[in-house]
Design a protein around this ligand. Sequence first.
Ligand SMILES: [Zn+2]
Length: 162
Amino acid sequence: MHAWQKVIDTFIARHNLHNSVPVAIERAVDAEGIFLRFTSGLNPVLAYAVALGPVRRITVNANLSSPMRRLAVAHELAHLLLDDLAVAHFWTGDTSPFTQWIAAKTERRANLAAARLLIPPDFLCGEYEDYTAIAAACDVPPWLVEMVAEREPLGSRSREHA
Ligand SMILES: [Zn+2]
């Protein structure tokens, strides 16, 4: 298991995040002391996070659909939990291929972390057979489920445990 996965799992356990679906991601963000705000007029920005010492805030585009809004909250939460912001800030304005590679990697990790937050592992264990059913139950975009399933095919974990 990667270090980032342990950080995310600790957060999930701390807030009993996987006790019900769709997971109460906004309530957990609030309980963590992170200021969450939804605002219109952010287009084309989906969301952003700010960390100034102990002050942490997440701002999300209010015009998004419910699944995208939840993903945006979880994605920005992941950046905060994984201390990605210093890195992101450091690289701002630099457009070298290496920087773009780092940024892409950081973004992909934030999406994987968001999926880990929003999709309880039971849902990937074979009870559900298609992405859209899982996505509907968890109130997330289907492509997020697909992204996780590509790394860990549906049913693979249940076979391991069988
Ligand atoms: Zn991001």
